[in-house]
Design a protein. Structure first.
Length: 127
């Protein structure tokens, strides 16, 4: 499945499309296995972010988003990197917990869209 189905859906998200988010390295056969491993680990990262939001643990949110920022960029998922950078900055200053939560929801939605497939795949894995 190209788009991960995590439940429950984030509330108050500002990112609205659920189209697959492909790596800029999706067509590089040397990166395929690494990208798949990254995408397969995203549900665990999302769970950890969700738990940190519930606990309003801004230091954990900052740390997790920092890690996600670097990993996503390395695997060609720049939109995830960009939002993770924003979350990291917001969590560092933590003046508005609701704003951090909204941005974490955006980050989670982007992670749900991440696909290890290539945009050119026509087989069942691309569906």
């Amino acid at each position: 499945m190209s788009v991960h189905d995590f439940s429950p859906n984030p509330i108050g998200t500002t990112v609205t499309t659920l189209a697959p988010l492909y790596s800029t390295y999706a067509d590089d056969p040397d990166m395929a296995e690494l990208i798949a491993m990254f995408v397969n680990e995203l549900p665990e990262r999302v769970d950890a972010l969700r738990q940190a939001i519930v606990e309003q643990d801004m230091e954990t949110i900052r740390r997790l988003s920092h890690q996600l920022k670097g990993a996503a960029g390395g695997y060609g998922f720049e939109p995830i990197t960009d939002v993770a950078r924003e979350v990291e900055q917001q969590a560092r200053h933590a003046q508005d917990v609701a704003a951090v939560k909204r941005r974490v929801d955006d980050l989670i939605l982007l992670c749900r869209r991440a696909s290890a497939d290539s945009p050119d795949d026509d087989g069942p894995a691309a569906a």
